[in-house]
Design a binder for this molecule. Sequence first.
Ligand code: NAD
Length: 512
Amino acid sequence: MPDTMTMSHAAARVEALIGQLLGGKMGSYIAGEIIPGTGAALTLTNPADGKALLSFADAGASVVEQAMQAARGGQRAWMAQTAAARGRAMNEIARLVRAHAEALAELEMLSAGKPIRDTRGEVAKVAEMFEYYAGWADKLHGEVIPVPSSHLNYTRPEPLGIVVQITPWNAPIFTAGWQIAPAICAGNAVVLKPSELTPLTSLVLGKLCEMAEDVPNGLVSILAGAGPTTGAAAVAHPDTRLVVFVGSAEAGAQIAAAAARNIVPSVLELGGKSANIVFADADIERALIGAQAAIFGGAGQSCVAGSRLLVDRRIHAQFVERLAAAAAKIPFGLPSDPATQIGPINNRRQFEKIGAMVEAATQSGALLATGGGCPNALQSSGGYFYAPTILADVARDALIAREEVFGPVLAVLPFEDEADAVALANDTPYGLAGAVWTQDPGRAHRVAGAVRAGTFWINGYKTINVASPFGGFGRSGFGRSSGREALSAYTQIKSVWVETAANPAAPFGYVG
Ligand code: NAD
């Protein structure tokens, strides 16, 4: 912890919230205890002023071992209960999340730098996730297969065992709830490692899960630590049966390879460069608002961000002009202000990466229509504020048109006709999301079918729900999270054969 004499107001609030929610200790949450780390010191920073919030030690391999041991016992005890009891327990987790919602939202706002209006919404969604999967707990059952013999053949969806989940910093508690709920619904234990930059709310969520009556200790453990040390040790652990990774394609490829070495499957939820396509026949007012929500929500630190805006050349100049004027008016500033819609970037590294990508784009000929850098009014804050930025006249092969920025930076590209729009939308190795704005229903469905993306919106952007499957095509990953589909990832199917014939034929062997 920072020295109390020099502690900022935010650091003092974080300390108070940790006192209230985690008993004042910082480390990994394992079976009802906060276990101190054994590795190098890691520091959390307030994105709104760049000052230290607190320091803690990286968990390390021995703490991972403790989590795995607790998970083995937790999973056995969880599966010893009826499916209906597990569903009731998950509803109780949702109730506990709601009961602690305001404290969780504040802790997330302070440590992730997200506007309080966003963190309140995301915490509410976490409760909904547990409620949705609570309903599935006693509805996961197999089938009877009509095999062409005298056998009764049926299937049983069974848990995999211990699932390791690794999550990024952009929506910490939302992502943790999104992955923990289906995993435990299907009967698994979870060992989750949140980003070392934003572990606090995931730690609290792990504790709230186990505060619910009938949730055994060890079912949900949270590791506070870094990726290449603690995360890698959890992925490579011999008891790990599935790895679910949410993060960058680079780390995802390494993690999937490490899991595969132990013949462990993985689900990868990676980044994107999603195309938001506006035709001249669109409802332009709605498309203007949709384009802002697509890229500037979460300050662009969103995997589904509509970071490539493809606009019909006939309306391109006018659309960019109106969008730039609107973007400059979006309430932008301190995350604690309830009016703020765009807060700071989560961390200095990401902030600098965004600046470098915008600079390279303008140097290679893109036109800065608005934004670029930290606005004057926020410069003295010390925070990582990057203004909503629109780059027009972006060349199709420019880096800014092809690579994920993960910040509030929109690349606008004109297109000639429908075929050109689809070809441009698909001209990326990613395939996470996309959208089309048009009042022609035929065109809307043609484009929805033709764009390679795991999620696609018609005349809208960014709605997602725990009931609907989510995941990527191509470089955006594989496997599906949320919806019924997530339960397939979190179960393995056993086929059971029962001989029912009175005198079964013996095709092989003798009675000795
Ligand atoms: P990142 O890949 O750097 O880190 C993600 C997590 O992986 C962190 O917890 C990190 O500690 C861990 N990690 C890193 N290297 C590891 C290793 N070798 N072994 C084990 N763990 C390791 O990503 P980030 O910068 O935290 O997040 C931004 C990225 O996440 C963006 O690319 C974004 O698009 C993506 N993302 C995707 C989704 C989705 O659902 N598709 C959602 C949110 C974010």
